[in-house]
Ligand binder design. Structure first.
Ligand code: SAT
Ligand code: MN
Length: 580
C-alpha cells in the first residue's frame, strides 16, 4: 500500500530518511492487521493476555514506569511569534524546535518497523471531520489508534480526496524522560512527539491533533475544538437535550458521559456521544452542533465499578486494551475500587505489596470502542452532529463553587469558563490536589494564546441564533471534615434535570451576583438522603470567598495582557462589583 497523495508520499520518505526504520508498513485498519500486531506484541512480551474466559479479547500493556501520564512541562507550541502561543503554553522557536527534536529522531527507528497510520477524526462522511496521518514505531500506538480513531483505508481515501492532513511524527525513542518532547507546529498543521509511548503523548489524534492543532484551525475557520464530553439527556416525555461539558482530565467526564439514571428517577435516559473531546460548529440555521472526533474511549480505570459507572464496567469486559492495571492470580484485570478479587501482581508486574503503593497506577487506562458502551448513541455517527442546548463547565473544588449555577448570558458564560479552576489529578505528571486555573479545561490543550481564544469564544455569539445556555457545576464540594456533600455519579442527573428544564424554560432560579442558582425546591432530591442543611451548603454563595475568587481571576486574566478582550474584563468587573 502507498498513496496517490504526493505530499504524503514525500513526507513519509523524509521521515524514513531521518529515522531509518528497517521497514515501512502502511496500516489499512483491517482485522488481520490488528491480529498480527497483537501476535507480535504478545511474542515480544509487550502485551499480556488477560483471562479470556472472563475478559474475552482483553490484553494488558505495561508502560515504562517513567512513562505513565501526559508531560505538560515537555509539551510545546512552536509558533513563529511567541505571543501567538501565549503564556498558557511552553514555547520554542519552530526552527530551534525542529533542530532539537530531529536530533532525537535521528536514526531512532533503526531495527524497528515504521507504521504509517492514516486516520479520520469524526465520522468519515462529516463535513466537520478532519484527517491526519501518524507515523509511529509503536505497535501499541497503532492498536490504540485503531480503536480511538477511524483508522485505515477510508481515512486514506478521504485524505486523497481532500488533499490535506495533519502530520504527526512519533517515536518512543529510548523512553528516557530527559529525551522526551511533544512539539506542535500549528502553522504547519504538524506534530513531532518523541520519547513517550503513553496516552496523549503518543496517540497523536487525541490531545495533540484534536485539541492543540484543531483549536488553532478552529479559530481560523470559525469553530471550536474543546475538551468536552457530549451527552444526550432524554426525559420521560421523550425530549432529548444535548450538553457539551468541559472538565479537566480525570474529573469524571467518562462517568458523566455514560451516566446511569438512579432508580428514583424512572423514565430518564442518558445517551453518550463522546467522553473527552467535542468539535463544535455553527450550522446553516445558526445552531451550535457537536461531533465527537474520536471513536473510542481512553478512560481512567481505577474507581470503575457497577456502582460508579455500570456502563463502563460492562463495556470493558471484552475487546479492551488495559494499560497499567494490576492482575489477579487467575489473570483478570484488577484496580482499586473493585469490590471483588485481589491483586496478585501490580501495574509494574511485581508481586503485589501494599508497601509499593496502589496495585493499579492511578492513571491506568482502558482503551475500548465507543460502540461497546451500553449507552452509545447512534447519533455518534451522524455527519451533522447533535444540536447543543447547554455548555457545562466544572472542576474539582472542595470549596467556593456551588453545586450548580447558570451564567447570565453567553458573555458571562465565557467568563465562567475562563475563570475555571480545579484540583490537579494523576492524568498529568506533577503534584496532585493543588488548585490551578484551567480555563475551559483547556490549560494543557489550547494550541494558541488564551487571550485570543476567549476573544474567539466571544465572537461566536453574533454568529449564533440562540447561543446555548452556560452553566458551572461542582460535584466535589466538601464539608469542613473533608466529606463530599453531594453523592455524585448517577445522582448528578438531578442537576442535569434542572439544567435541561432551564433550557426549556421550565425551572425556577434565584439571581445572585455570580449567576442563577436553583432554590432548594427547584432541585429534585426526592429519594436522596440529603439533609436540608447539606443542600443549602451545596447551593451557598459566600460573598467573601467569591470576592477573593474574582480578584484571583482578575489577576489571572492580567497575565494575558492586551490580548484579553475588554468584554471579558468588563464581565469580571461587573461580577466583582455585584459582590460588593
Ligand atoms: O493521556 S490523555 O491525555 O489521553 C488523557 C487525559 O489526560 O485526558
Ligand atoms: Mn481528557
Amino acid at each position: 500500500m502507498t498513496t496517490t497523495n504526493a505530499a504524503l508520499r514525500d513526507w513519509v520518505a523524509d521521515a524514513a530518511k531521518l529515522t531509518r526504520p528497517d521497514r515501512i508498513q502502511w496500516c489499512d485498519g483491517s482485522q488481520s492487521e490488528r491480529d498480527a500486531l497483537i501476535e507480535l506484541m504478545l511474542a515480544r512480551g509487550e502485551l499480556i493476555t488477560l483471562n479470556q474466559e472472563t475478559h474475552p479479547h482483553c490484553y494488558l500493556h505495561r508502560s515504562d514506569p517513567s512513562d505513565v501520564a501526559r508531560v505538560e512541562h515537555l509539551t510545546y507550541v512552536c509558533t513563529r511569534n511567541r505571543e501567538d502561543a501565549g503564556p498558557n503554553n511552553n514555547w520554542m522557536d519552530p526552527a530551534e524546535a525542529h533542530r532539537k527534536v530531529d536530533a532525537l529522531f535521528d536514526g531512532c527507528m533503526h531495527g524497528r518497523t515504521m507504521y504509517v497510520v492514516p486516520y479520520c477524526m469524526g465520522p468519515i462522511g462529516s463535513p466537520y471531520a478532519r484527517c491526519g496521518v501518524e507515523i509511529t514505531d509503536s505497535p501499541y500506538v497503532v492498536l490504540n489508534m485503531r480503536i480511538m480513531t477511524r483508522m485505515g483505508v477510508p481515512a486514506l481515501q478521504r485524505i486523497e480526496r481532500d488533499g490535506t492532513f495533519v502530520r504527526g511524527l512519533h517515536s518512543i525513542g529510548d523512553l528516557d524522560p530527559e529525551r522526551r518532547l511533544i512539539m506542535h507546529f500549528p502553522e504547519d498543521l504538524s506534530i513531532k512527539s518523541v520519547g513517550s509511548g503513553y496516552g496523549g503523548n503518543a496517540l497523536l489524534g487525541k490531545k495533540c491533533h484534536a485539541l492543540r492543532i484543531a483549536s488553532w484551525q478552529a479559530r481560523d475557520e470559525g469553530w471550536l475544538a474543546e475538551h468536552m464530553l457530549i451527552v444526550g439527556v432524554e426525559s420521560p416525555e421523550g425530549e432529548t437535550h444535548y450538553l457539551a461539558c468541559a472538565f479537566p482530565s480525570a474529573c469524571g467526564k467518562t462517568n458523566l458521559a455514560m451516566l446511569v439514571p438512579p432508580a428514583t428517577l424512572p423514565g430518564w435516559k442518558v445517551w453518550t456521544i463522546g467522553d473527552d473531546i467535542a468539535w463544535l460548529s455553527i450550522d446553516g440555521e445558526g445552531r451550535l452542533r457537536a461531533i465527537n472526533p474520536e471513536s473510542g474511549f481512553f478512560g481512567v480505570v481505577p474507581g470503575t465499578n457497577p456502582k460508579t459507572n455500570r456502563n463502563a464496567y460492562e463495556m470493558i469486559r471484552r475487546n479492551t486494551i488495559y494499560t497499567n492495571v494490576a492482575v489477579t492470580a487467575d489473570g483478570q484485570p484488577w484496580w482499586e475500587g473493585l469490590a471483588d478479587g485481589k491483586p496478585a501482581r501490580d501495574w509494574q508486574g511485581r508481586p503485589y505489596d501494599p508497601a509499593n503503593g496502589p496495585a493499579a497506577h492511578p492513571n491506568s487506562r482502558f482503551t475500548v470502542a465507543a460502540s461497546q458502551n451500553p449507552s452509545y448513541s447512534p447519533l455518534t455517527e451522524a455527519p451533522e452532529g447533535v444540536p447543543i442546548s447547554a455548555i457545562l463547565f466544572g472542576g474539582r473544588r472542595r470549596k467556593v463553587a456551588p453545586l450548580v449555577y447558570e451564567a447570565r448570558d453567553w458573555r458571562h458564560g465565557v467568563l465562567v469558563g475562563a475563570g475555571m479552576a480545579s484540583e490537579t489529578t494523576a492524568a498529568a505528571v506533577g503534584k496532585v490536589g493543588v488548585v490551578r486555573r484551567d480555563p475551559m479545561a483547556m490549560k494543557p490543550f489550547c494550541g494558541y494564546n488564551f487571550g485570543d481564544y476567549w476573544a474567539h469564544w466571544l465572537n461566536l455569539e453574533g454568529k449564533m441564533n440562540k447561543p446555548p445556555r452556560v452553566f458551572h457545576v461542582n460535584w466535589f464540594r466538601q464539608d469542613n471534615d473533608g466529606r463530599f456533600l453531594w453523592p455524585g455519579f448517577g445522582e448528578n442527573l438531578r442537576v442535569l434535570r434542572w439544567i435541561v428544564d432551564r433550557c426549556a424554560g421550565r425551572s425556577g432560579a434565584r439571581e445572585t451576583p455570580i449567576g442563577f442558582l436553583p432554590e432548594p425546591r427547584d432541585l429534585d432530591v426526592r429519594g436522596l438522603a440529603l439533609g436540608e442543611d447539606t443542600l443549602r451548603k451545596l447551593l451557598e454563595v459566600d460573598p467573601a470567598a467569591w470576592r477573593a475568587e474574582m480578584d484571583e481571576i482578575a489577576g489571572y486574566l492580567d497575565d494575558f495582557g492586551n490580548r484579553v478582550p475588554d468584554t471579558l474584563t468588563g464581565e469580571q468587573r461587573k461580577t466583582r462589583a455585584a459582590l460588593g
